[in-house]
Design a protein around this ligand. Structure first.
Ligand code: ZN
Ligand code: ZN
Length: 389
């Protein structure tokens, strides 16, 4: 096996573009890749592209009539069928929509295949993580659900236990829906509470059904949760579930929109805490999944200040060449930022925080809102998995 991680990239991903007024500006991907290169991380990984997913893979998750509707909207955006969530405010149709979406999904599927076949231990596709797409419709800036497609492909290749951990500020609803009745896939989502944020799902009581009862876990965090609470919740839920489930592959989604500067949500997490969770996911992959780790991007709408730094840390961690948070951002990258956005980029790879949290095992406070959120998740899901709350 190559000791080098794979980083999935294709310049054409920036064709995933909902237009000038949409918050998901593809410049975030170009700036992230620019920062990865500015730190020389592109030489610490095997940089590769992959084919767009074809119909036989899309069909593992998406309905055929929906794929046909995406193709039609892609060929003629004015004809987009809103009953499929296409041509809406969140998911405006654009020329080439099918091709760009299938390419991003192809990069996630390619990452999963490489990890499953032992070509590499870790593979990153920060252009993916489009977790809101549903089997039969676009939703929340997502057309094809690349995390679900990557997981479905792993199952098709023979995987029997895949864990999906989603720390985007929004609930990973599309991935949960795709495997709602499937005990082979454990989905864990930490997100801002559905009372205050799209997509208004991800309640602790959502635990899967049928054979998949107990295979969905949701941690709904109070708006305003900061580093200490976010990390406490992660460590109170995720490691224990993975220790018990023993996944063959760990797939993680690292939406950067938990950040305090993100304009679309209300958590108050720093870059430093995001980085800490990335490191934990890496460790957990080694401890419980034989090192098999597929790491994806996700949301993130502070496209200059947050997203590039967050996902550059992710690439560094997966490459076993972590970027020191104290590093100064290379001036060449700040020039790129100015040229592309007329904004001044951030100066350092840190928000200056030192993430710390209180371990759940040391006790909890039933009157504390964060602890109530954690407890609700543990009470709803853990007994279904034979674990103590
Ligand atoms: Zn590693
Ligand atoms: Zn999000």
């Amino acid at each position: 096996m190559s000791g080098r991680a794979q980083l999935m990239w294709d310049d054409a991903v920036t064709g995933y573009d909902f237009g000038d007024t949409h918050p998901m500006d593809p410049v975030r991907l170009a700036l992230t890749m620019g920062l990865v290169r500015a730190f020389g991380l592109d030489t610490a990984v095997d940089l590769r592209s992959a084919k767009p997913v074809g119909d036989s893979t899309l069909r593992l998750v998406h309905r055929q009539d929906y794929v046909a509707a995406v193709r039609a909207a892609s060929a003629d955006p004015r004809s987009a069928d809103q009953s499929y969530g296409l041509g809406t405010v969140d998911d405006p149709a654009f020329a080439g929509m099918h091709e760009a979406s299938a390419l991003i999904a192809g990069l996630s599927v390619g990452a999963a295949e490489a990890v499953w076949r032992g070509e590499t231990e870790h593979a990153v596709n920060f252009t993916g993580g489009l977790h809101h797409a549903m089997p039969g419709s676009a939703a929340g800036f997502c057309v094809y659900n690349d995390p679900a497609l990557a997981i479905a492909r792993l199952l098709e290749l023979g995987a029997e236990r895949v864990a999906y951990v989603d720390v985007d500020v929004h609930h990973g609803d599309g991935v949960q829906a795709a495997f709602w009745e499937d005990p082979r896939v454990l989905t864990i989502s930490l997100h801002e509470h559905p009372r205050t944020l799209f997509p208004q799902t991800g309640w602790p009581e959502e635990t899967g059904s049928g054979a998949g009862e107990g295979a969905a876990v949701n941690v709904a965090l109070p708006a305003g949760t900061g580093d200490a609470g976010w990390l406490r919740a992660f460590h109170a839920v995720v490691p224990e579930l993975l220790a018990d489930f023993r996944p063959q592959v760990l797939v993680t989604q690292h939406g950067a929109d938990t950040h305090f500067e993100d304009p679309l949500a209300h958590l108050a997490v720093s870059l430093d805490a995001q980085r800490s969770v990335m490191e934990s996911c890496h460790e957990l992959a080694h401890r419980y999944a034989d090192g098999r780790w597929v790491a994806l991007g996700g949301g993130g709408y502070a496209v200059v200040d947050v997203v590039p730094r967050s996902w550059t840390h992710l690439v560094g961690i997966a490459a076993h060449a972590p970027v020191d948070p104290e590093s100064v951002v290379p001036p060449s990258w700040r020039d790129l930022v100015y040229a592309r956005t007329r904004q001044l980029g951030p100066g350092r790879m840190t928000d200056g925080r030192t993430p710390a949290w209180q371990a759940w095992e040391d006790g909890y406070d039933p009157a504390d809102r964060l602890d109530q959120a954690v407890l609700a998740s543990r009470k709803a899901a853990f007994p279904l998995r034979g674990l103590l709350t």
